[in-house]
Design a protein around this ligand. Structure first.
Ligand code: GTP
Ligand code: MG
Ligand code: ZN
Length: 354
């Protein structure tokens, strides 16, 4: 029997799972998903599973399906086929979400039940503090604690200067080189037994290389040296949860091309702490920091205490958030209509015939 504790089990999960356990179900953690077939670490070992028809039927969106990192209720099948079924998803302690690609308002969960999100940015051509702000905003909202990981430190002349540039963003910043191993040991405080760390960032920043370094073997595919200039290529194509020798769990993810915000109200406040504290001194409480009189934020920009780029980036996020809110609203209305349709149908069925 698998030691659930080793995979991040908690008293809260045990409480939620107890009624299912009484009925003979097993618990499992989603390690990966491929074309609707999930690989699970279950009480009885690794299993391939599908969701039940009922779970699929009741799902209103993608977020109602299991995500990598989720704890699920399983009806165990054979070891060597896909006959195990996922009955339900246990409550998520944290989730890192983005808006699914396309125009529809759908939430995509990138990783669930994560303790720490490592936002990995390469100190080569990948450097982009504005993008980092966006990641941080989503990370603060996820319920997991964000850490900024500046990778490929060996390729940078003055990495400490880069650290100083992003330190104000409100998360711990660490330098690392997966190639030389420098800085990897310093991450030990997050890679503790039973803790889950997710690595997020653009393609080619060295997420899989870092995990291989921690595994002590080349288990994950990484980009070959010869292809290293090919930025469009995604080497990792599937999210995957792995158990590390340290006892920590790590989620490797494919590089993100598109990171659209999803429901990050509080996250924006946390990742733009500097703007929020300046805004407290604006004359108007609803100041948009555009051209309002008595705007403390605009004043700070003029005085060069706040980068104009950072304010522009904050504005852009605000605008995007409004857009997501509108889409979510539309979606809520559609959902509401659907619900009523189901209720009316049920009522018609039960009406006594004349
Ligand atoms: N110089 C240097 N190169 C590195 C370092 N870490 C990774 N690389 C190289 O960067 C390339 C990309 O590494 P990957 O680990 O495949 O990157 P990834 O973030 O997993 O990329 P995706 O899977 O596409 O998201 C490989 O050629 C690595 O050898 C580092 O610390 N220093
Ligand atoms: Mg990779
Ligand atoms: Zn203002």
């Amino acid at each position: 029997m698998l030691d659930r504790q080793a995979y991040g089990w908690s008293p809260e999960l045990q409480a939620a799972f107890a009624p299912y356990e009484a009925e003979g179900f097993s618990a499992g953690r989603v390690a990966s998903e491929h074309q609707h077939i999930y690989t699970l670490f279950t009480d009885a070992g690794e299993r391939l599973a599908r969701v039940t028809g009922r779970l699929r039927h009741e799902a209103a969106g993608r977020a109602d399906f299991p995500a990598v990192g989720d704890w699920v209720v399983v009806s165990l099948g054979a070891i060597d086929d896909e006959s195990s079924t996922i009955q339900a998803i246990l409550p998520r302690r944290s989730k890192f979400s983005r808006k699914a690609a396309g125009d529809k308002a759908d939430e995509q969960i990138v990783a669930a039940n994560v303790d720490t999100v490592f936002l990995v940015m390469g100190l080569d051509g990948d450097w982009n503090p504005r993008r980092l702000e966006r990641y941080l905003t989503m990370a603060f909202e996820s319920g997991a604690a964000p850490v900024v990981l500046l990778s490929k430190a060996d390729l940078c002349e003055d990495p400490e200067a880069r650290v100083r540039e992003v330190e104000a963003f409100g998360a711990p910043v660490r330098l690392v080189s997966a190639r030389t191993g420098a800085g990897v040991e310093g991450l030990g405080a997050w890679f503790l037994p039973g803790r889950t760390v997710a690595l997020l960032g653009s393609s080619g920043v060295g997420k899989s290389t870092l995990i291989n370094h921690m595994l002590g073997e080349e288990r994950l595919r990484t980009r070959g040296v010869r292809e290293s200039d090919d930025r469009g290529r995604h080497t990792t194509t599937n999210r995957q949860l792995l158990l590390l020798p340290s006892g920590a769990l790590v989620i490797d993810t494919p590089g993100m091309r598109e990171l659209q915000l999803w429901d990050v109200g509080a996250g924006v406040v946390a990742s733009f702490d500097d703007i929020a504290s300046l805004a407290a001194s604006c004359r108007f409480t609803d100041c948009g920091h555009e051209k309002e009189p008595g705007c403390a934020v605009a004043k700070a920009v003029t005085a060069r205490e706040l980068e104009a780029d950072r304010l522009a980036s904050w504005r852009k996020l605000q605008k995007e958030l409004k857009h997501v809110a509108v889409l979510q609203d539309q979606r809520a209305q559609i959902e509401e209509k659907r619900r009523w349709k189901v209720i009316h149908k049920a009522q018609r069925k039960h009406k006594p015939r004349p």
